[in-house]
Write a protein that binds this ligand. Structure first.
Ligand code: ADP
Length: 441
């Protein structure tokens, strides 16, 4: 990239120098032409005013001092006098453009390439009062010869400027590229990178993405460690009990109990694995194609009737209230959401307690509320219970079949449905979790 920028800068500089030199030269050459022609004109008038208008007087005038060639031509084109050549050897000039034009218009300025292209001849012709034409001419460098003359100068300037360009482009590309290189080397300390304004949004983005990646890697590592740890307990139990039975070390009466333990642990394993799979599915789930109009009240009713027996077993009274409300969501996710919230409200309740599920609309926002009169959650835990495997009371969670993933799944679903969740809880009094849904889009 650095090389590319340097090459481009140098090419642009070279082109600019050559074009400028040619342009300047053409402008100056034109000025030079005008100057020579006007000098010739002045000379012609000086000759006239000094009465150098006939052969006799002209012979006395030393034209060579002024690097001039003076020719006097009569109206028929016959050369009467020439300061550089013998006029008798000269051919008729009646067809020369400057002569013809001066005869017709009084004066004429003409430039002609000489035989060698390196020189140009400048002519100024003036018709005299007696009808003769006085022609002054001078030789000058042609445009090509000027070009050839200044070429070494141009080349010298180009070389100097190219060296300057090389140094400047090096400094420029270094200052452009250095922060980027620094960023690549110091991803963990992006705030130390000395950058320029245009790069700041880019650095912010990279920093955020880097932090996200680090966070997600740590989360994954923690999650894997937690999952392995969670799987270990039931697997150890299964392995231990089955080994006892296998070795015949379990008394006849214990076998059934051990089988029951194995069954419970296996069920626990299954629940854990299902929740883990569900979480990773939700991580990669593309919502839009599964969204539909879902009747939240109907889902709450189904869920409540499904959990009725469970609630009775906990001696908890479960009811659903509210009105028919539809939201744009994934049906299966809504069922999981309601189920997980109600299941928790039953499991963390007290015998004789209540769970009220309410579905409705308030201030244009549709909501689902699960309120219980259970054990409640202390302030310091309220923030964290939506984290994976976070439990307030681990043994209560496990003994009631919890995996520590229920609310993490709820949080994911809420995020996917573009909803928000509000938790209000007081230890000893109960918990109220409300999910607010955005307007149907
Ligand atoms: P678990 O499978 O342990 O229930 P969750 O993710 O569903 O996992 O909940 C995390 C923790 O939050 C629970 O272990 C429990 O301590 C607390 N919790 C969740 N819901 C309630 C509730 N309704 N009342 C009291 N505590 C609750």
């Amino acid at each position: 990239m650095k090389k590319k920028i340097s090459i481009q800068m140098m090419s642009i500089a070279t082109l600019a120098i050559i074009l400028t030199a040619i342009l300047v030269m053409l402008v100056f050459y034109e000025l030079f032409e005008k100057q020579v022609l006007s000098d010739l004109k002045v000379n012609a008038f000086v000759l006239c005013s000094g009465d150098f208008t006939n052969e006799e007087n002209l012979k006395k005038y030393n034209a060579e001092d002024d690097e001039l060639r003076i020719t006097l031509i009569n109206p028929q084109g016959t050369v009467l006098y020439d300061s550089s050549f013998d006029h008798e050897d000269m051919d008729n000039h009646s067809l020369r453009p400057e002569f013809k034009q001066a005869l017709q218009e009084g004066e004429a300025s003409v430039i002609r390439e000489s035989d060698t292209i390196q020189k140009s001849s400048f002519y100024y012709a003036l018709r005299l009062e007696n009808g003769n034409v006085l022609r002054l001419s001078r030789e000058g460098d042609s445009v090509i010869s000027v070009l050839i003359t200044i070429t070494p100068v141009i080349l010298g300037v180009i070389v100097c400027l190219l060296i300057l360009c090389a140094i400047l482009s090096r400094l420029l590309t270094d200052s452009l590229v250095k922060p980027i290189e620094q960023m690549a080397n110091e991803l963990d300390h992006l705030e130390n990178v000395e950058s320029y304004d245009e790069l700041i949004p880019f650095i912010r983005l990279i920093k955020k993405q880097h932090e996200d990646i680090v966070k997600s890697v740590t989360m994954r590592q923690d999650f894997t460690a937690n999952v392995s740890h969670e799987l270990k307990t039931p697997l150890t139990a299964i392995s231990g009990y089955s080994e006892l039975i296998e070795n015949g070390m379990a008394a006849e009466v214990d076998v059934q109990r051990f089988a029951g333990e194995i069954h419970r642990s296996a069920t626990r394993l299954l629940t854990l694995i299902n929740d883990t799979i569900r979480l990773s599915e939700l991580d990669s789930f593309e919502m839009s194609n599964t969204m539909e109009e879902v009747n939240l009240y109907a889902i709450a009713e189904t869920c409540v009737s499904m959990l009725k027996i469970n609630a009775e077993n906990h001696d908890v009274f479960l009811s659903v209230n509210g009105s028919a409300v539809t939201v744009m969501a994934d049906k299966q996710m809504m069922e999981e959401l309601v189920y997980n919230l109600c299941d928790n409200a039953i499991r963390y309740n007290n015998p004789g307690g209540y769970v009220f599920v309410t579905v409705g609309e308030i201030n244009g926002e549709k909501y689902l509320k699960v309120k219980d009169t259970g054990i409640g959650i202390a302030k310091e835990h309220q923030e964290r219970i939506f984290e994976r495997f976070y439990r307030v009371d681990k043994s209560r969670s496990k003994s009631t079949g919890g995996t520590g993933l229920g609310l993490a799944i709820v949080k994911h679903i809420v995020a996917k449905c573009n909803a928000r969740v509000l938790l209000e809880s007081e230890p000893g009094r109960g918990t109220e979790i409300t999910v607010y849904f955005q307007e149907n889009r």
